[in-house]
Ligand binder design. Structure first.
Ligand code: R5P
Length: 295
């Protein structure tokens, strides 16, 4: 059975259709004091809970209550599908006294679920999530082939494209997309000095002149990285700029700023519901879950 957390009915029902599984919706009532009453309408021996973990703080509490309620009424295996996995950035204490969120949230989720399936977690120094989720199965799916389909279509239409990663963290995806779409790529140099303050430079400005740029990134949060990268690329005489990203976490105001900075179009996966969604991840999730269900 697939169980959709609040707000996830649409992607969860697409997945349920692809897997030919029943779907139920988990309800959450918020009491006047802010506490939650979570109710699961039914259970099954294996339950796949669908909850993307953007804006995660309330969702985490509700998820723990849902996993517990599912087990109380009979679930033996509870799997979390979290297309966006929260709190993966903070993998160390940068200053004394800071919580290592990745470890804390990882341990929490691992204690609630038997398996976790996610797409392109935003990792910096951690190479492999098995280190973080040591007590549970974690499956990380790559969205690079899906992003590459857009790059290939752009190249077929425009014929003069180059993949650009805005910073070294994006190099993994930029390289994978470039390889899959048979396009050249470069990585820009980014220095971040604050949440909404970055500077971009590159020693390879000639490579982008008169080119159709396909900016690739995993997460877009404040949009600052893409906005500054686009401004820089325009100054380098790029012909056109589009962005293809995995997780779109930004708001309407940031979207307007991106377009004002010269980004003609933004394509994102539907890992997080967003107006820029044009890439469906359900087939990717279904393929992995079919293996689980057939094993
Ligand atoms: C950096 O590590 C990532 O690849 C993204 O570039 C970054 O998280 C995007 O954040 P923002 O949109 O706030 O610049």
């Amino acid at each position: 059975m697939i169980a959709a957390m609040p707000g996830e009915r649409s992607p969860a029902s697409t997945l349920a259709e692809q897997l030919n599984l029943p779907l139920c919706e988990i309800s959450v009532h918020t009491f006047p004091d802010g506490e939650s009453l979570v109710r699961v309408p039914q259970s099954a021996s294996t339950v796949i809970v669908y909850s993307s973990l953007n804006q995660p703080n309330d969702k985490l509490i509700n998820l723990s209550l849902a996993a517990s309620a599912l087990r109380d009424i009979g679930a033996q295996r509870v799997i979390l599908v979290a297309p966006y996995l929260c709190y993966m950035r903070q993998d160390k204490a940068f200053n004394e006294g800071e919580a290592v969120s990745q470890r804390v949230i990882g341990e929490m989720l691992a204690s609630w679920f038997d398996r976790i399936i996610t797409v392109e977690p935003h990792l910096h120094r951690t190479q492999c999530l098995d280190e973080v989720f040591s007590d549970t199965d974690i499956t990380v799916l790559s969205a690079a082939p899906l992003l590459a389909e857009i790059a290939t279509r752009t190249q077929q239409k425009q014929g003069n494209s180059i993949i650009v990663g805005p910073d070294k963290e994006a190099s993994r995806w930029a390289e994978a997309v470039a390889t899959a779409s048979n396009l050249p790529f470069i990585i820009l140099d980014k220095t971040r000095t604050g949440d909404t303050s970055v500077s971009i430079s590159s020693a390879e400005t000639g490579a982008v002149r008169h080119k159709d740029i396909i900016l690739i990134d995993d997460v877009v949060s404040t949009g600052t990285t893409l906005i500054c990268a686009a401004q820089y690329l325009k100054d380098c005489n790029a012909k056109s700029i589009k962005a293809v990203v995995v997780h779109a976490l930004f708001g309407e105001a940031e979207y307007t700023q991106m377009r004002n900075a010269g980004i003609k179009a933004v394509h994102s996966t539907d890992s997080v519901r967003h107006p820029t969604n044009s890439i469906k991840i359900a087939p990717l999730l279904a393929k992995t879950l079919l293996q689980e269900l057939n094993s």
